[in-house]
Design a protein around this ligand. Structure first.
Ligand SMILES: [Mn+2]
Length: 321
């Protein structure tokens, strides 16, 4: 990590009176893990801080140390109270769900941007962005090491949760020597691996698995393009009454598919829009670029977009209208 950047970051934090730690809407294990660990770091420095992520927040996160300090209703905070906003695990301000409010802030409010999305827009006064990192948790861990900040047991559990979430339990291409090394060090600092696996991985209900079955039964292959597609209708979601995570789970599971260049999951949203999620494990394919052509973004191996339209059943498949 660049020493000048680290010095700047230290100055920014030391000068701040009240800090908001902010992450993306419907936060996942990396967003909550890296954000709560960063918040604990600020606590240790004696810096007043508040953690905010626009909800809903999955019950999967209940085991995380510090979970109770997460505020998730916008009415609970007043942005004007903060002179520094540390935004973690967000490629752009839109992902926070409070973009307009952030853009309306006076220039005296500084933004610190810590992230690993390929498409990060460098929206901060200081940008600690590394698309090579598996997770924001990995970046935060590296930062703590550079600052000689001793990682507590709780912070170790939080950061390992981020690593395990974003590498899909060290199985997807984001898994590197650096991420495994970080995981090893976090274990040596007391991270509770067993608790993380139980809560993050072994948490599928019967309903979730049945829902996966429906989605998997609809897989279709376009041999010419090397793309395998499936769809999730509004009816599926209503029937199963499931949350986002069940969906992400099935999308990530499709990475296990052999012989396709990439996978595309199309999901009908409430408001007449369709959300597309690309996954690939093929070397040389960057799906974030593909997603960007549809106005979305993400990582080289996992990216998404939202477009207007609805899914209509036709003979032998589905069409977007
Ligand atoms: Mn992440």
């Amino acid at each position: 990590m660049n020493q000048i950047l680290i010095n700047k970051l230290e100055q920014l934090i030391l000068a701040a009176k009240k800090i908001l730690v902010l992450t993306h809407q419907k936060p996942d294990g990396d967003a909550l893990g890296s954000g709560l660990a960063f918040s604990e770091f600020l606590d240790t420095l004696g810096k007043a801080n508040t953690f905010f992520a626009l909800g809903p927040i999955s019950s999967t996160a209940d085991f995380l140390p510090g979970r109770t300090k997460v505020k998730s209703n916008f009415g609970e905070i007043n942005l004007a109270d903060f002179d520094l906003i540390a935004i973690l695990d967000c490629g752009d301000l839109k992902q926070t769900g409070i973009e307009a409010e952030l853009r309306a802030l006076p220039p005296s409010t500084s933004i610190l941007n810590i992230d690993h999305h390929q498409t990060n827009e460098n929206f901060g006064a200081i940008n600690i962005v590394n698309p090579e990192s598996s997770s924001t948790a990995e970046i935060v861990f590296t930062l703590f090491e550079e600052l000689n900040f001793p990682v507590s047991k709780n912070a170790a559990t939080l950061l390992l949760t981020g690593l395990i979430t974003d590498t899909a339990n060290f199985s997807n291409p984001a898994t590197t020597f650096a991420s495994l090394e970080a995981a090893g060090k976090l274990l040596s600092r007391g991270a509770k691996l067993n608790e993380i696996s139980t809560n993050v991985l072994k948490n599928k209900s019967l309903d979730v698995l049945k829902f996966w079955g429906t989605i998997l039964s609809r897989l279709t292959e376009n041999k010419e393009l090397g793309v395998v597609t499936t769809i999730i209708t509004k009816e599926d979601l209503e029937l199963a009454n499931l949350d986002e995570e069940a969906l992400d789970g099935v999308t990530n599971f499709l990475n296990n598919l052999k012989g396709a260049k990439m996978v595309l999951v199309l999901k009908a949203l409430e408001d007449g829009k369709i959300k597309g999620s690309f996954r690939t494990t093929t070397e040389g394919i960057d799906v974030s670029r593909l997603a960007k052509t549809f106005g979305g973004g993400g990582h080289a191996k996992a990216a998404g977009f939202t477009i207007p339209g609805k899914l209509v059943k036709i003979d032998g498949g589905w069409r977007i209208e």
